[in-house]
Design a protein around this ligand. Sequence first.
Ligand code: GCU
Length: 424
Amino acid sequence: MKNATLNFVFGPLLFSLQALAQDFPDASQLPPRPELPDPLAMRGGEPIKTKEDWLARRRPELKALFQHYMYGYLPPPPEKIEFALEREDGNYFGGKAAKKEVAISFGPPAMPKIHLLLVIPNAGKKPAPVFLGLNFCGNHAVVNDPSVPPPAGWIYSSCAGVKDNRAAEGGRGSEVDTWAIEQSIDRGYAVATFYNGDIDPDQPDFTDGLHPHFFKPGQTKPGPHDGGTIAAWAWGLHRAVDYLHRDPDIDTERIAVVGHSRNGKTALLAAALDERIALAIPHQAGCGGTAPSRGKIGESVKQINDRFPHWFCGEFKKFNDEPQRLPFDQHCLIALVAPRPVLLSNAVEDTWANPEGQFEMLEAAEPVYRLLGAGGLDAKARPELGKLSGGKLGYYIRAGKHSMTRDDWKVFLDFAGRQLGKRQ
Ligand code: GCU
């Protein structure tokens, strides 16, 4: 495939979610619930006892609740999407892999474009399973390849080689160890990634990126329930999945999403809202992702909203001092991925991300997995350091700090291998 265009008609789905939300009260009217809300009970308390009721009633309710009160509604899928293969190289990593760089665009030229870097193993006859994830520092940072351009717009000053928030040649290859793509290739997995700023530069405004393109005439910022930056990034991951579904080298039944920290929060949200994603690895995702909003360990709802006011929707700020009013906690987001596998991986020194609370989120999500006949968490307690637990709800904690490393990827590959198998 060289260039292709697709047209979508997804409107009705979005309307039905928002119709469901019509009788959701203002955050201040929600009852305080210090205990974790039961994923298997409707908002009004009615128990959910069958898989059919979970799928038809509770799951859509939770999807609406999370968007209404926390992340904001994702924009609708684009009416038009175009894929252009910009560069390819069949001889990557000494011939072990092929690279494709694909630009994903949405019609109006002013709309953001996703620059997807895809590296696919050459060995094996069948299409390859793939890890898809957002990166922080640009595609040019994750491989040593002079032909991959750095992002053109705003970029984090913490990335290597960045001057005045603009990427430069000095950052090339600086994230090779963070992504360890060759290691995934050797184990039969493709890797697809793009810079999160392609969709929305991570700054506390809505002047650039995706948001302005969905404003009504005269609107200058998102409404209280419109998606924030994390919702926009998740939308971007969904568009990358649209592309992967058109690439014959990719096994569309085995698309795993992965992400570190804020990109991990996004990976989990993307998987919760899109069943085309087969597996999720939100790595050290913490508050607003895999850690509970209730409780006092690690980052709080108020801290995350104060420092990153653009990540979530306006309504979420109303929970700053009262997270116990939330009609869900993050175990319900994990449960939305059921029966698909989820791995929460952590580091001991990363207490900001509350590794202990994350294990509790898996325990609390498990009844949904059991109801769906998917098993769940094999571990009865947090597994020892460096040991991946079994079951569809995986947990892993290693020594060390907040980072994504080659060794973390070994665990991601082990988990994905157990759950999805490798390329035959
Ligand atoms: C900050 C933020 C976290 C986030 C992290 C990251 O520490 O408080 O919520 O996960 O940045 O994205 O690295």
